[in-house]
Design a protein around this ligand. Sequence first.
Ligand SMILES: [Zn+2]
Ligand SMILES: [Zn+2]
Length: 167
Amino acid sequence: MAFGPVNAGLLLDLTDALSLKFDRPVAVGPQIKVPAQALDEECGQYLAGAFLSRLRDMAGGKGSKLLGVTEVDLYGLGLNFVFGQADVGGPASVISLARLYPDNADGNGHELFQARALKEAVHELGHTFGLEHCRDRFCVMHFSSGIAETDIKSHDFCPRHAGKLDA
Ligand SMILES: [Zn+2]
Ligand SMILES: [Zn+2]
């Protein structure tokens, strides 16, 4: 579910990768508007929680999970910025691409960007399936307070979290 214009190629890549990862069908929803009331005009960022409530309103029950993807920069209550946010065990999650673009795009800049987006998407969707943060820094459920931590972790779940996801 794109909030505002989002790179269409990236959305398709994410769709395929997430479908494989979670072993369920994934569809790209319609593009919806960035919630204007979520903008903090001083910092120019948007409150992530407002995106989640928008998605909760759209969730039709039936256990389906919604992932919002946006180019705008997000923040959380008490957090300068967030790569994403989700309801633990709920239907709604969101990621921002704003801080995932590599600084100096050398040859594999796009691949790095894609890999980061996938990790953040898997992480937030992991929360919607009830998973909490992990101390294993290679587990995708490890909390990233900066992009370096995102780059260290893999897009895979540690054995403990993989087991919980299957259960
Ligand atoms: Zn998290
Ligand atoms: Zn883990």
